[in-house]
Design a protein around this ligand. Structure first.
Ligand code: ADE
Length: 248
């Protein structure tokens, strides 16, 4: 996968992208990241990237020319997506669709992604209308720019690229992948400060362990994120379990 990021602050990405999942993916040849400073595509004397909003109002707006030029340069530099589908050009903005595991899965199906990190009061509307194919928000709060949001989205996507996670860390069994929160996890020691690990996990009985985990995942989801239950795939008995848990 190749991810190109257009930003006014490329240096914000250097440390996160040189460790953990991103480093591992790059070292394995599964990920290429391109960081591009939008300012490099502004050609006036002061490399201006923003201007006052037409009609007045507070704050500044990112100008269209440097962003169009940067996206077009990146597109021509490394060619179109191999499978012929269009490369998503994603603007990170609090006005976008709310990011989720489902959207991470969807984006992981592409060979290439382009992220545009907004700043200031926003970007010229023509960027949204004519350049961007998708707008993503990582939550109902306002960040000072799209950079941290781009990192969040990139992390969630990159770990889904086949081969990035080791076989022991499959992405299939964890929180949100089945529409439920993950069951509680324990490791050694079996008793820590008088607090034992649930007996069943030490039993070696894999069927019982799977049953216990499923039940815990349902109870946990009912208590913490009941909104997820509507879309979860539950049997009638599991629905009753969830309803009981919510009464606790
Ligand atoms: N830029 C500013 N706030 C944001 C958010 N919540 N999600 C994505 N991009 C943003």
């Amino acid at each position: 996968m190749r991810i190109d990021i257009l930003t006014l602050f490329p240096e914000m990405f250097t440390s996160p992208f040189s460790s953990a999942i991103f480093k591992r993916a790059a070292d394995r040849g599964l990920l290429e990241i391109g960081l591009h400073n939008i300012r490099d595509c502004s050609h006036d004397k002061h490399h201006t990237v923003d201007d006052y909003p037409y009609g007045g109002g507070a704050g500044m707006v990112l100008k269209p020319e440097p962003i169009f030029e940067a996206v077009e340069a990146v597109m021509s530099e490394s060619g179109a997506e191999g499978d012929g589908s269009t490369t998503p050009v994603i603007l990170l903005t609090p006005q976008g669709r709310l990011f989720s595991q489902r959207i991470a899965n969807e984006l992981a199906g592409h060979d290439r992604l382009i992220f545009i990190c907004g700043h200031y009061e926003g970007v010229d509307e023509r960027v949204r209308e004519r350049l961007v194919t998708d707008e993503i928000s990582i939550g109902d709060y306002v960040l000072s720019g799209g950079e941290l949001a781009a990192m969040v989205v990139a992390d969630a996507v990159v770990r889904l690229v086949p081969g990035v996670l080791g076989s022991a860390e499959s992405a299939g069994d964890e929180s949100h992948s089945a529409g439920l929160l993950e069951y509680p996890q324990y490791t050694r020691p079996p008793v820590y400060r008088d607090w034992p690990v649930p007996e069943v996990l030490l039993s070696g009985n894999h069927a019982e362990i799977a049953k216990w985990r499923r039940k815990q995942a349902i109870i946990r989801t009912a208590l913490r994120r009941p909104d997820l239950l509507d879309k979860a795939n539950l049997t009638p008995a599991e629905r009753r379990l969830a309803e009981e848990a919510q009464k606790l």
